[in-house]
Design a protein around this ligand. Structure first.
Ligand code: GRF
Length: 201
C-alpha cells in the first residue's frame, strides 16, 4: 500500500509513520513539501524516499501547484496522501485526484477549533480537555469525516507549547494507527451516513 506524505515542518508525524508503519502495513514512497528546507524532507531522504518541493512562488496559483503535486504523487503510485503538518489548504483539484484518499491530523477535538493555532484557540476558550483528530480531508478547513479521535485532559496546563508537546505523542499514535487501518481496508464510510466512518479495529 503506497503512501505519500505532505509536510511543511519538522515532520515528527512523518517520522512516526516511517518508524512504525513504513515497510510493514504500508510503504512511504513520496514526501512532498511547500517549504524547501523542511526537516521532513531530510527525514525522507535519509531513507532514500523520493522527495519534491512545491513552493507557492514557483506556480501562478494554488491550482497549478496542486495539479503538479498531484501528478507527482500519482506518478509515484501513491494510493493514500497523508497531510502531516502540511500548512496549506489543498484545492478541490488535488482532492479530485485522490477521492476519499487524503487524511489530516489536527491538534483539537473537531469540530471544535478548526484552522490554524488550534491549541491557542482551545486555551483562549478555556477548555479543560484537549485532543487530536485524524480525519478525511474535504473541501473545507478541517471539516471532513472523522476517522479517529482521542481526548487528553489537561485541566491545569495554560502554556500552548506544553499542550502541543503533550498532544504530539497522541498525534503520532492516532496518525500511524489511521494509516495502518486504511492500508488494511479497515476504514469505511457508512453508505447511509457518509460522515460516519466505521473503523474495524
Ligand atoms: C502537528 O501538530 C499537526 O497537528 C499540525 O502540525 C503539526 C506538525 O507537527 N497540523 P510535525 O511537523 O509532524 O512535528
Amino acid at each position: 500500500f503506497r503512501v505519500g506524505v505532505l509536510a511543511s515542518g519538522t515532520g515528527s508525524n512523518l517520522q512516526a509513520i516511517l518508524d512504525r508503519v513504513h515497510g510493514r502495513e504500508a510503504d512511504v514512497v513520496a514526501v512532498g513539501s511547500d517549504k524547501p528546507g523542511a526537516r521532513a524532507l531530510a527525514r525522507a531522504e535519509a531513507l532514500g524516499i523520493a522527495t519534491a518541493t512545491f513552493p507557492g512562488a514557483d506556480f501562478p496559483d494554488r491550482e497549478a501547484r496542486d495539479t503538479a503535486m498531484a501528478q507527482w504523487l500519482r506518478s509515484e503510485g501513491v494510493e493514500l496522501v497523508v497531510l502531516a503538518g502540511y500548512m496549506q489548504i489543498v484545492t478541490p483539484t488535488f482532492l479530485a485526484a485522490f477521492p476519499q484518499r487524503v487524511i489530516n491530523v489536527h491538534p483539537a477535538l473537531l469540530p471544535a477549533f478548526p484552522g490554524i493555532r488550534a491549541v491557542e484557540q482551545a486555551l483562549a476558550y478555556g477548555v479543560k480537555v484537549f485532543g487530536v483528530t485524524v480525519h478525511f480531508v474535504d473541501e473545507g478547513v478541517d471539516s471532513g469525516p472523522v476517522i479517529l479521535q482521542r481526548a487528553l485532559e489537561l485541566p491545569d496546563v495554560t502554556d500552548a507549547d506544553e499542550i502541543r508537546a503533550r498532544l504530539h505523542p497522541v498525534e503520532h499514535d492516532l496518525l500511524t494507527s489511521a494509516v495502518a487501518l486504511i492500508a488494511r481496508g479497515a476504514v469505511r464510510p457508512d453508505p447511509e451516513h457518509p460522515r460516519r466512518i466505521s473503523v474495524e479495529v
